[in-house]
Write a protein that binds this ligand. Structure first.
Ligand SMILES: C[S@@+](CC[C@H](N)C(=O)[O-])C[C@H]1O[C@@H](n2cnc3c(N)ncnc32)[C@H](O)[C@@H]1O
Length: 283
């Protein structure tokens, strides 16, 4: 359908790697408590705005009996997910005109999607395709904590590069990114206003601190590599041949961070994200 999100808003690997961490099994219990779904049922689950599919992978692990369908209007994300994730159906399509019959799914779920879609269309399409008694789960990122390691501060090369390229703040506005953002009180109220019942809220706290002993070395290094990819994709998205020095500087600082981690020289840099989960029933 289009590549707007992957080309202009968020790079594919940035989204995929950050979400893979967010939906790591390490955090499953927090989600499971609020999702409150029956693991033994052959649930039909639809994910709206799935992006490159990190939540799809997690759902497939967490609910092995479920039949999972995923939809997004970004063609790059869907083709990446189709190639990488087995036993899940990926479709290009619009959340405001879902290509499914009424009463088709037991569960609809979305992560960081509601804020980009006009609420009446967002909720009413999910209500339409849910079976009576079906569950709608809406996950939404809230304000978190970010503390950078000294070795990961923005380098002179990066500063010079970003000063040399034209900055366009209207890309997000042009594509309606975050246009329908709702507060922690407005989000469940909006779900109720749009016909869902038994609405509840909960929060998952995702603490990504590589130096915390509770994480394996593999997970810690995955956190650092996800940050590296985020910075590299931002530079590469400018399609500028002047980015080479900045790219080298980014690689050098993350190599340094990995080295410090392996040497046990703790930096305690951290990214804590809070995911709000709103759960409602079709009634
Ligand atoms: C912030 S991204 C989140 C992606 C994914 N849920 C994740 O957490 O990795 C928002 C996603 O919503 C998709 N999207 C936005 N509006 C849409 C619409 N009307 N129909 C289908 N997908 C939409 C975008 O293409 C993008 O993949």
């Amino acid at each position: 359908m289009n590549n707007i999100w992957s080309d202009y808003v968020q790079g594919l690997m940035t989204l995929y790697l950050s979400r893979k961490l967010r939906f790591d099994d390490f955090f499953f219990k927090q989600y499971d408590r609020v999702f409150n779904l029956d693991h033994n049922k052959n649930l039909k689950i639809l994910e709206i705005g799935c992006g490159p599919g990190a939540l799809a992978e997690a759902l497939h692990r967490w609910y092995p009996k479920a039949r999972i369908t995923e939809i997004d209007r970004d063609s790059n994300f869907i083709s990446f997910a189709r190639k990488n994730i087995e036993d899940v159906i990926f479709m290009e399509g619009d959340a405001t005109h879902l290509p499914f019959e009424n009463d088709s799914f037991d569960v609809t779920i979305s992560n960081t999607v509601q804020e980009h879609i006009e609420p009446t269309a967002f909720w009413s399409e999910q209500r339409r395709v849910l079976k009576p008694g079906g569950v709608c789960l809406c996950l939404s990122a809230r304000k978190g904590i970010h503390c950078t390691a000294p070795c990961l501060e923005t380098t002179v090369e990066e500063k010079n590069f970003w000063e040399s390229v034209p900055q366009s703040n209207d890309v997000l506005e042009k594509h309606g990114v975050g246009k329908y953002w709702l507060s922690e009180a407005e989000l469940p109220a909006s779900m109720e206003q749009n016909g869902f019942v038994e609405v509840t809220t909960g929060y998952a706290l995702i603490d990504l601190t590589p130096d915390a002993p509770k994480y394996s070395s593999q997970m810690a290094e995955t956190m650092i590599e996800a940050m590296r990819k985020n910075d590299l994709e931002a530079l590469q998205s400018m399609h500028s041949s002047n980015a080479q020095k900045a790219i080298a500087a980014v690689n050098a600082k993350y190599d340094d961070r990995i080295h410090l981690y392996r040497e046990g020289i703790k930096q305690w840099d951290t990214t804590v994200s809070v995911t709000m989960i709103v759960r409602g029933s079709k009634g």
